[in-house]
Design a protein around this ligand. Structure first.
Ligand code: HEC
Ligand code: HEC
Ligand code: HEC
Ligand code: HEC
Ligand code: HEC
Ligand code: HEC
Ligand code: HEC
Ligand code: HEC
Length: 449
């Protein structure tokens, strides 16, 4: 199958090369609106290959056939060759095997990491569906990369805290997020675990809420025995997984049914457009449930969202009144503006909550605004996802926390007013700046970045 001399050569090369940085374009700048403000790391060659991958494998020169790639790489990267051999690309139901050169090219000085369009040259349907997602706007997979690099807090926060953003948001720039290389196995992508590398954590607890639902419980109890080689269509699975519900019939997009989207803003679920989306949802549930029952379940989040937003608006009102009375420290004029926000440097303005500017809530704000951020971004979103996925306990616990958050914000607001009253009465004028300008967090970050 392979030539012993080639394997020896491969072993020699392997011992003498450090593959780190092999494919990273070292002169690359950042991408997006603030591309001039940040530099990519070596790992970005994987997350956004079209922007950053540049082949620099001078050690091996020449053009090779698929067989030759496999022979040499059997010694260089045996795991990759083994995965490929087990994949459908190695033994398709019809036609020739799809060898290494089909995705990477045959010239070893000009190797590519395949983009979605490269995969699309053979998988046109999946690629077209993926691209069509754009028309539903944010959030969504196709637009995920620009959403992250164009977020103001992405360039403003210390680099160590934002590098990982693009690991998850790379779902836009490569097709191996759900069926990983080099198996490219559809069965893997049908399982909930395929989504959980990214769909977990406080702002999007999709894992917790799904596993706590009746569906997730059934998956946990019986999933090991299900036949995952079958497509995600009616009759093939006893209970739905993430992809069963969100990628109906194997359609490669996740946005055509999203009404509440992320849960971070209030929406009107009753518009004509949203009614179309709801009908699409009902069609999914009626694979297994009755129609009337399905509609009732799907409308439950509408009431829950109303309750959540009532509390969030009360907290926002509290902050707005503190702002107009000049009780928020640091005040807008005392914080550095966002790097590229020329307007903020001319007209500093305290932005509160989603409508006045989402980015301002993440970083570099007063304590009471951070409290609001946690209420809105963590507890509110947990309440939403619990409801969307049928995990009532998670929702009711999150609502208890939302109520506590509102109380805490009101209590702190009263304290701030009281302090200010005392300050005026006693004629003292305490400078609050040292409290937030210095501290372990800001000092370390200033030195390290
Ligand atoms: C004679 C041995 C040999 C042959 C033949 C060969 N490769 Fe490689 N390949 C290597 C070595 C060694 C490296 C690691 C080089 C480095 O990191 O600088 C490598 C690296 C790669 C990489 C990683 C590049 C990166 O930027 O990280 C890819 C992809 C690759 N080869 C694909 C192929 C394909 C496709 C073919 C056939 C067209 C092929 N190779 C043929 C030895 C070989
Ligand atoms: C040169 C054409 C070609 C390219 C390029 C290509 N594929 Fe394939 N792909 C195929 C063929 C052929 C099959 C097997 C179809 C069959 O067996 O009926 C396949 C099968 C698959 C499957 C199904 C596997 C399964 O378990 O059923 C997935 C997933 C897949 N490809 C993903 C990708 C991804 C992702 C890329 C880009 C990184 C890609 N393909 C690039 C031709 C290609
Ligand atoms: C269906 C398309 C496809 C085929 C066929 C394919 N690869 Fe890849 N390969 C990929 C993708 C996608 C990546 C990951 C790129 C990224 O992370 O952006 C990759 C990455 C790699 C890497 C870099 C891995 C790393 O972690 O640094 C090597 C080396 C490689 N492939 C070698 C091979 C070899 C050898 C073969 C043939 C046995 C092969 N590939 C066949 C799609 C393919
Ligand atoms: C590599 C990371 C990654 C994987 C794996 C992943 N996603 Fe996502 N997903 C994201 C990101 C990032 C966003 C938000 C993008 C944005 O900022 O607009 C998202 C958004 C979504 C949305 C929201 C769409 C909307 O319009 O509201 C749904 C639904 C979704 N993904 C479902 C899934 C499912 C189902 C799977 C598994 C089959 C999955 N995702 C796998 C990263 C991922
Ligand atoms: C663990 C994976 C993961 C990491 C890390 C991550 N995100 Fe996301 N992000 C997601 C997912 C998943 C969603 C969509 C959630 C949903 O629709 O429920 C999302 C949503 C978003 C949205 C909202 C999209 C919209 O249009 O409403 C923005 C903006 C965003 N992320 C930016 C970032 C930034 C900036 C970072 C780094 C500080 C980051 N993300 C880190 C997975 C991640
Ligand atoms: C969010 C996760 C996710 C992403 C990203 C993703 N896929 Fe898939 N893919 C799946 C799932 C789930 C299936 C299984 C669908 C089914 O059962 O019908 C699948 C199946 C496939 C298949 C096999 C289809 C068949 O009928 O056998 C191909 C080919 C494929 N994907 C190509 C791609 C290409 C090309 C891209 C990039 C444009 C991509 N995938 C990105 C989740 C994903
Ligand atoms: C029974 C079907 C079902 C399953 C299974 C399911 N979801 Fe959902 N998911 C929903 C519904 C319904 C919504 C709310 C949709 C709406 O009205 O916006 C939702 C909302 C979401 C959202 C926010 C975007 C949106 O459409 O509002 C993301 C992201 C998400 N789910 C990811 C996942 C992930 C990841 C899994 C697996 C761990 C999963 N879901 C399992 C039905 C499901
Ligand atoms: C593939 C089949 C399937 C699909 C599709 C499906 N479900 Fe279910 N669902 C089940 C099964 C099976 C159970 C019972 C699980 C158990 O044994 O506890 C269940 C239970 C439930 C329950 C718990 C109440 C009860 O009767 O036990 C709710 C609520 C629910 N589903 C809502 C939905 C909604 C909403 C959708 C569509 C977004 C949906 N389901 C789609 C199979 C499905």
């Amino acid at each position: 199958m392979f030539h012993p001399l080639r394997v020896l050569l491969a072993a020699f090369i392997l011992l003498t090369v450090t593959p780190a940085n092999a494919g990273m374009d070292k002169d690359a700048k950042g991408t997006g609106l603030y591309g001039d403000e940040w530099r990519p790391d070596a790992v970005h060659e994987y997350w956004d290959p079209e922007a950053y991958h540049k082949s620099e494998t001078d050690l091996v020169e020449g053009r090779f056939t698929g067989e030759e790639c496999i022979e040499c790489h059997e010694g260089i990267t045996p795991g990759i060759v083994k995965d490929w051999r087990q994949s459908r690309h190695s033994s398709p139901t019809s036609g020739e095997p799809v060898t290494c050169n089909a995705c990477h090219g045959d010239d070893h000085q000009k190797l590519r990491f395949p983009s979605p369009a490269d995969c699309g040259s053979c998988h046109e349907n999946q690629h077209t569906e993926f691209q069509e997602e754009k028309r539903y706007g944010f959030p969504g997979h196709t637009l995920a990369m620009e959403r992250a690099v164009d977020a103001k807090h992405f360039v403003d926060k210390p680099k160590a805290e934002v590098t990982a953003c693009l690991q998850c948001h790379s779902v836009a720039s490569k097709c191996d997020s759900c069926h990983t290389r080099h198996r490219f196995n559809a069965a893997e992508a049908r399982r909930p675990e395929a989504c959980l590398t990214c769909h977990s954590g406080p702002p999007h607890p999709d894992d917790e809420t799904y596993f706590a639902s009746a569906h997730g419980q059934k998956y946990l109890a019986e999933g090991a025995d299900w036949d995952w080689s079958k497509p995600l269509t009616k009759g093939n699975y006893p209970a739905p997984t993430c992809a069963y519900c969100h990628m109906t019939g194997g359609k490669h997009q996740v946005a055509d049914k999203a009404i509440w989207k992320f849960g971070i803003r209030e929406v009107n679920p009753k518009t004509a457009e949203n009614e179309v989306k709801r009908k699409r949802w009902i069609a999914v549930c009626t694979d297994c449930h009755e129609e009337g029952e399905s509609r009732e379940w799907l409308e439950e989040p509408d009431d829950e969202r109303k309750r959540a937003w009532t509390q969030l608006y009360k907290a926002e009102d509290e902050l707005k009144s503190l702002r107009s009375d000049d009780h928020i420290y640091p005040a807008a004029g005392e914080r550095p503006p966002y790097p590229t926000d020329w307007l903020d440097s001319v007209l500093p303005f305290e932005r509160i909550g989603f409508y006045e500017g989402q980015a301002s809530a993440f970083y570099n704000v007063s304590e009471i605004e951070r409290d609001y951020f946690e209420m809105w971004y963590f507890n509110n979103l947990a309440a939403y996802k619990g409801m969307a996925h049928g995990a009532e306990k998670i929702t009711s616990e999150a609502h208890v926390r939302l109520n506590q958050d509102l109380e805490k914000i009101r209590r702190k607001a009263a304290e701030l007013r009281e302090l200010s009253r005392k300050e005026i009465e006693s004629g003292s004028n305490v400078d609050p700046k040292p409290l937030w300008l210095h501290g372990p967090y800001s000092d370390i970050n200033r030195e390290q970045n």
